[in-house]
Design a protein around this ligand. Structure first.
Ligand SMILES: [Zn+2]
Length: 228
């Protein structure tokens, strides 16, 4: 693995590629890989989870050149990140806006921490896949055809995936959390549900509730070894 010297790690090693545009006109960017994409890692689909973007960016910055078979989306919801909101600029939870068979127009509920109630209300969008960020994600996933998607969230501290693949086992061990095959409540229109309908194994990694710098310290070097 060609790693960068620490003094050069303050910037990204190469330019990212635009795959779409957000509601407010921000570029949606991804880091392509050299060969066929095995893993597509996605962070920042919820704007209130900036540590996911920080962790993925820190991991990418260890590398000196594009990765072999892992593509990365550092921030799937740049408007939400800019505003500090869970949803996008139209208040839509992008992770309930995917065009799945069970997409529902009902208000979605979410919780901020493991302990809290699911009381935060967000829109799932006006129709399945109504948001430009969701449409762009669907297009880039169809283009890259990854075998597995790693969707990074926080701070519920678990690994939610239908199957126990090597990636799931790795993340369970790395973050000392448990593997769940079901998050415990329905998630119509989620990326995970959409992946299931499209025969892509989706691993939702909920980071533990830790400061970004601690997450980076704990996880980046080891993550880099599976992002080859
Ligand atoms: Zn989330």
């Amino acid at each position: 693995m060609n790693m960068r010297k620490e003094r050069y790690r303050g910037t990204l090693p190469f330019a990212l590629t635009q795959f779409g545009t957000s509601v407010l006109g921000a570029p949606l960017l991804y880091a392509p890989c050299k060969h066929k994409c095995k893993i597509l890692a996605i962070a920042g689909i919820h704007g209130e989870e900036p540590e996911t973007t920080f962790l993925l960016s820190r991991t990418l910055r260890l590398f000196a050149e594009p990765l072999q078979s892992t593509a990365l989306i550092l921030c799937a919801n740049p408007d939400g990140m800019n505003l500090g909101t869970r949803g996008n600029a139209r208040g839509v939870d992008l992770n309930r806006n995917f065009p799945t068979a069970n997409w529902s127009s009902e208000t979605t509920l979410s919780k901020a921490t493991l302990e809290s109630e699911r009381v935060t209300e967000l829109s799932p969008g006006s129709s399945p896949g109504s948001e430009p960020e969701t449409k762009a994600l669907v297009e880039i996933i169809r283009k890259l055809e990854p075998a597995e998607i790693l969707s990074i969230h926080s701070p519920l501290a678990c690994v939610d995936a239908p199957e126990r693949t090597p990636l799931v086992s790795f993340l369970v061990k790395l973050s000392e959390t448990e593997h769940k095959t079901d998050i415990g409540y329905p998630t119509p229109g989620s990326l995970g549900t959409w992946c299931g309908e499209n025969s892509i194994h989706c691993v939702t990694w909920e980071l533990p509730r830790l400061a970004p710098e601690i997450l980076a310290q704990k996880f980046t070097e080891k993550l880099a070894h599976i992002f080859l």
